[in-house]
Design a binder for this molecule. Structure first.
Ligand SMILES: [Zn+2]
Length: 260
């Protein structure tokens, strides 16, 4: 057993106060996320992938960026949601994506419980909170807000309980397995007619994003842009081309899809 695990939670909280957590990216003491590691996230790329709308990716799934994501997702560093949300909001601005309904890619219920919550949902809420507008969340009970303001969070997707995180599969096979168990929550759909952004933490094969965009398109809510914190294949990244600049004669992203 790791010595830390023998200590009580009160002691650990006190220890974190006295000895702040090290950088989530490089592990150096001093800052919880140092400037050098944070800079890795400041040049979002735009990916053109078959069968998907434009994909905005903030960082490669490697090195310190991967360490930051895993710290946030698996190691209880929930405080990273706010700075990560700031970077997502900046990427959306840079990509000239209009205010959108953010649809978080769901976690398996058991995984979310083990992690103390759904990390992509928490991130989506933090992005909306950072936007400075009072975005609404489509209520879980299905009642639509009368006039939802954008951006907002739309929990339109869920993973069935049977979506086991199959042991022995590699990351790509696991993603494909989860994509097959993705289902629609019709009561959480984005408001009709607004821009829709799918939000996920890592793009591996793109299977989850493809399954999600297909489900949402079939429900009449086509996805305009996929936003991922990290992308597993850095060769897929290109320099940033504005999403909005692709739109003929305006900033409404529907035009992006019309050419596909
Ligand atoms: Zn660092």
């Amino acid at each position: 057993m790791h010595p830390r695990h023998r200590l009580g939670p009160a002691f650990l909280a006190l220890a974190d106060l006295l000895l702040p957590a090290p950088c989530a990216g490089c592990g150096e003491a001093g800052e919880r996320w140092c400037g050098r590691c944070r800079d890795r996230w400041r040049s979002p790329g735009l990916l053109d992938l078959p069968g998907l709308p434009p994909v905005l990716a903030l960082a490669p799934y490697a090195g310190s960026a991967r360490a930051v994501l895993l710290s946030y997702k698996e190691r209880g560093r929930r405080e990273l949601a706010r700075p990560l949300a700031g970077l997502v909001a900046a990427a959306l601005r840079e990509g000239e994506v209009p205010p959108a309904a953010l649809v978080p890619a769901p976690s398996r219920p058991a995984a979310a419980r083990a992690r103390g919550g759904d990390h992509v949902l928490r991130l989506a809420r933090a992005v909306v909170a950072r936007s400075g507008t009072s975005g609404a969340e489509v209520p879980a009970d299905g009642s639509s807000p009368a006039a939802p303001r954008l951006p907002c969070v739309s929990r339109a997707l869920a993973l069935g309980r049977r979506a086991a995180d199959a042991v022995g599969l590699d990351a790509a096979a696991r993603a494909d397995n989860l994509a097959r168990h993705l289902r629609l929550r019709p009561r959480g759909l984005p408001p009709p007619g607004c821009a829709v952004a799918l939000l996920d933490d890592v793009l591996t094969t793109g299977a989850t994003a493809r399954a999600a965009t297909a489900l949402l398109a079939a429900a009449g809510r086509p996805v305009d842009v996929v936003v991922v914190l990290t992308v597993a294949d850095p060769r897929a990244r290109t320099s940033l081309v504005r999403v909005g600049s692709r739109l003929p004669g305006g900033s409404h992203p529907r035009g992006v899809r019309d050419g596909r």
